[in-house]
Design a protein around this ligand. Structure first.
Ligand code: URA
Length: 294
């Protein structure tokens, strides 16, 4: 397996050391992943998805008998038709708001009890027309204090992953929206003690996320973790069952992947998350070349 610089960089930032198997040793499928035994040993490629991450705050599981991470790039699977979600009953109505009005509506929102315990709302960050949009779960303590999404440990991992594929959430890094990411959460307020979002909270807050996606008009959405998936795809299926293919949200290709906080607990899943990023890249590139051909 020959790794490109980009692939090596991505594996390394995700904590996976890369080795080149001697040519004679190649038949072993696990060796073909190019991931060394810093990752616990793994079985051959793309076996059925396991039950995982039904909630992203779930405790770490035993990973001894996990299927193999597949870390090679592969043809982009066809997009799956998915229902177009409409705002849940009780959702705040942010329809038609522009960026400043939406920001103000989020900042002053009292639609659920989370407004009582928050320090401040966490609106989201990034280029207003970034080609990439990342949807996470909810602010944690660091985000509640700073007002920025993903600034804790999982945010550092996320930033490293993004950097490895040439993306940034900081508009100052590059003026090119194709290299920019807008990051938002399903909830704009921190749930107390970082508990899981409640269905009613997700439903009420959803109008804000819907409007953010409408305004950004991303070329690709990465739904990170089960709550993003629940909101965007209306699915309670585990992340492991939904990842690996292209979904659609309002016509926008959507890739399901693991939440970075989960990756910090389940190091072996980083290889799959890397695979998901590759799928997202392939999807964006394929859409770009189709558009260029007219
Ligand atoms: N986890 C999330 O899903 N979002 C954040 O902003 C921080 C942690």
């Amino acid at each position: 397996m020959v790794w490109s610089e980009r692939q090596r960089a991505m594996l390394e930032v995700m904590g996976l050391r890369v080795w080149s198997a001697p040519a004679a040793a190649e038949p072993d499928a696990a060796a073909a992943t190019g991931v060394d035994e810093a990752v616990p040993s793994v079985a051959p490629a793309r076996s059925p998805a396991r039950e995982d991450e039904s909630v992203s705050m779930a405790p770490a599981r035993d990973n001894v008998s996990m299927p193999a991470p597949v870390v090679s790039r592969r043809p982009t699977p066809a997009a799956q038709p998915t229902a177009v979600p409409v705002a849940a009953p009780g959702a705040v109505n942010a329809a038609g708001l522009d960026w400043p009005a939406l920001r103000e509506a989020v900042a002053s929102c009292t639609a659920c009890a989370l407004s009582d315990s928050r320090t401040q709302t966490v609106f989201g960050t990034g280029h207003p027309h970034a080609h990439w949009m990342i949807v996470g779960e909810a602010p944690g303590e660091a985000e509640d204090l700073s007002g920025e999404p993903f600034v804790g440990r999982s945010g550092q991992l996320l930033d490293n992953m993004l950097r490895a594929i040439g993306l940034s959430r900081h508009a100052g890094d590059t003026p090119d929206p194709a290299k920019q990411v807008f990051i938002a959460n399903t909830l704009k307020c921190r749930p107390p003690r970082n508990r899981n979002p409640l269905p009613d909270e997700l439903a009420r807050c959803e109008g804000f996320l819907i409007r953010q996606i409408e305004l950004v008009r991303p070329k690709i959405i990465l739904a990170m973790g089960s709550f993003a998936v629940q909101s965007l795809l209306r699915s309670s299926a585990p992340v492991g069952q939904l990842r690996g293919r292209v979904h659609r949200y309002q016509g926008v290709p959507l890739i399901v992947t693991y939440h970075p906080a989960y990756l910090l607990r389940q190091q072996t899943e980083k290889a799959r998350a890397w695979d998901d990023l590759c799928l997202a890249l392939d999807t964006v590139e394929a859409a770009g070349s189709i558009a260029a051909r007219g």
